[in-house]
Design a protein around this ligand. Structure first.
Ligand code: GDP
Ligand code: MG
Length: 436
């Protein structure tokens, strides 16, 4: 299985001392082979390996960890990204009813999923109704009716050949019954063909569902992904429900379908019973595929200890007023990655206007970086030595103006003073900051 394959790839790395270009290349070749054997889409596998490689080469290496361990964590994170973001909340409209349409090939699990989903939305306090729009096989209506009785959810059906008419009448009936959620179970075929696509898109046009979910049989690997792509081209899909994940030996569909369609995996079917529907969690799925939970938590622990140590060091530096421009640059790049925190801080009373200089976007950060990189080691450690002539030299070195350099130094000093105050834990530092 994919898990076993990953295991042997990482074992081969475990003896190495560092992550280097060449051992990462060997490992990624193996990872790519493993993904392709697991029936992952070729383009997806290729891009995945590229992303892992980049992340691995840029990774900060914590002393206590082995490169193989770090790589496992990176692979798990990238697997999570590949299948994410998480998107399982159903969007309910008000006033209702919220109309949800299920589409997909025959046997993928639409009818079963319709009942599972009805049961799920009821657990969220909604009143569901199902509509039997699959008129291709008489047994399909019976199947949905039986499931409906089992979970005590009404099923609208008609003896008709006109699926558009049945869908419309089903909606009317649901409104009459005060249903909050209507689930349309549509027809499928063994393969995507024009007739099937015309039928589902006609039903979609007539019923104007708020959400269209593609039901995908994960056992069928690439086929599932290819059909998903075709459905996605014809219908405005809102998400994918992957069924039969309980029996999925290879994992290829789960790993490819989000990347290929761009649509989130909403739910996972994990068995034949009504309760066997779960919200899809990319991180858990990645963990399951990789099967290296112990190593990943070990790495996370080591990394957070490392971060804590770094933060302590920084705090001491700040308290002692030894915080230099290099530290400033490091912090800025963290803030840039954190995104919203600065705008959050600005909302604190007394902070409006004071933090504007600290707001960094990508462009601003590049400028700050260019200026600091043009300074000598001593200048970075102690900006007090930056005389007018040194500032001119730095400005010339980074291709910016003396004003830019002076502006940065001013911002730096202000934030250093502020940090010193916060780090030394003065009480009432918020009110002290107002005086800045
Ligand atoms: P439809 O043709 O798309 O409506 O598919 P059905 O709902 O009739 O399902 C086809 C078969 O797949 C049935 O035997 C279901 O019990 C089975 N099935 C559906 N979902 C799952 C699942 O998540 N796990 C397993 N093991 N079987 C499933
Ligand atoms: Mg069916």
């Amino acid at each position: 299985s994919l898990t076993d394959r990953f295991n042997s790839v990482f074992k081969s790395l475990s003896g190495r001392g560092r992550i280097t270009e060449s051992n990462i290349s060997d490992a990624m070749r193996e990872v790519r082979k493993a993904l392709l054997e697991a029936d992952v889409n070729y383009q997806v596998a290729k891009q995945f390996c590229k992303d892992v490689r980049e992340a691995a080469l840029g990774a900060e290496v914590v002393q206590s960890l082995k490169p193989g361990q770090v790589l496992i964590k990176i692979v798990q994170d990238e697997l999570t990204k590949l299948m994410g973001p998480e998107g399982s909340d159903i969007y309910y409209v008000s006033p209702g009813p919220t109309v949800i349409m299920l589409a997909g090939l025959q046997g993928c699990g639409k009818t079963t999923t319709a009942a599972k989903l009805a049961n799920y939305v009821r657990s969220e306090g909604k009143k569901p109704q199902m509509v039997a729009v699959d008129l291709q096989r008489p047994a399909a209506i019976e199947q949905l009716k039986t499931l409906g009785e089992q979970i005590d959810v009404p099923v609208y059906c008609e003896d008709s050949k006109d699926s558009v008419k049945v869908a419309k009448n089903g909606l009317k009936d649901a409104k009459k019954n005060d249903a909050d959620v209507v689930i349309l179970d549509t027809a499928g075929r063994l393969h995507v063909d024009q007739e099937l696509m015309d039928e589902v898109s006609n039903v979609a046009k007539a019923a104007t569902p708020h959400q269209i979910y593609l039901v995908c049989d994960s056992m069928t690997g690439q086929d599932a992904v290819n059909s998903a792509k075709e459905f996605n081209d014809r219908l405005e899909l809102d998400g994918v429900i992957l069924t039969k994940l309980d029996g999925d030996a290879r994992g290829g569909a789960a790993l490819s379908v989000k990347a290929v369609t761009g649509k989130p995996i909403k739910f996972a079917g994990v068995g034949e019973k009504i309760e066997d529907l779960q919200k899809f969690h990319p991180d858990r799925m990645a963990g399951r595929i990789l099967g290296m939970g112990d190593v990943v938590s070990l790495v996370e622990k080591a990394q957070s200890e490392y971060d804590e140590k770094e933060a302590d060091k920084l705090k001491n530096k700040m308290a002692e007023g030894k915080f230099g421009l290099d530290d400033f640059l490091k912090q800025m790049s963290k803030i840039k990655n954190m995104g919203g925190i600065m705008s959050m801080m600005k909302m604190l009373p007394g902070m409006a206007g004071k933090m504007d200089d600290l707001d960094v976007d990508e462009k601003e950060f590049k400028r700050i970086e260019a200026i600091i990189r043009s300074m000598t080691y001593n200048e970075r450690k102690d900006p007090e030595v930056l005389t007018a002539s040194r500032r001119r030299r730095i400005a010339a070195g980074c291709g910016l103006t003396v004003n830019d350099v002076s502006g940065l130094i001013k911002t730096f000093k202000r934030s250093r003073d502020m940090m010193k105050m916060m780090a030394s834990g003065e009480t009432g530092s918020m009110s002290a900051m107002k005086g800045l």
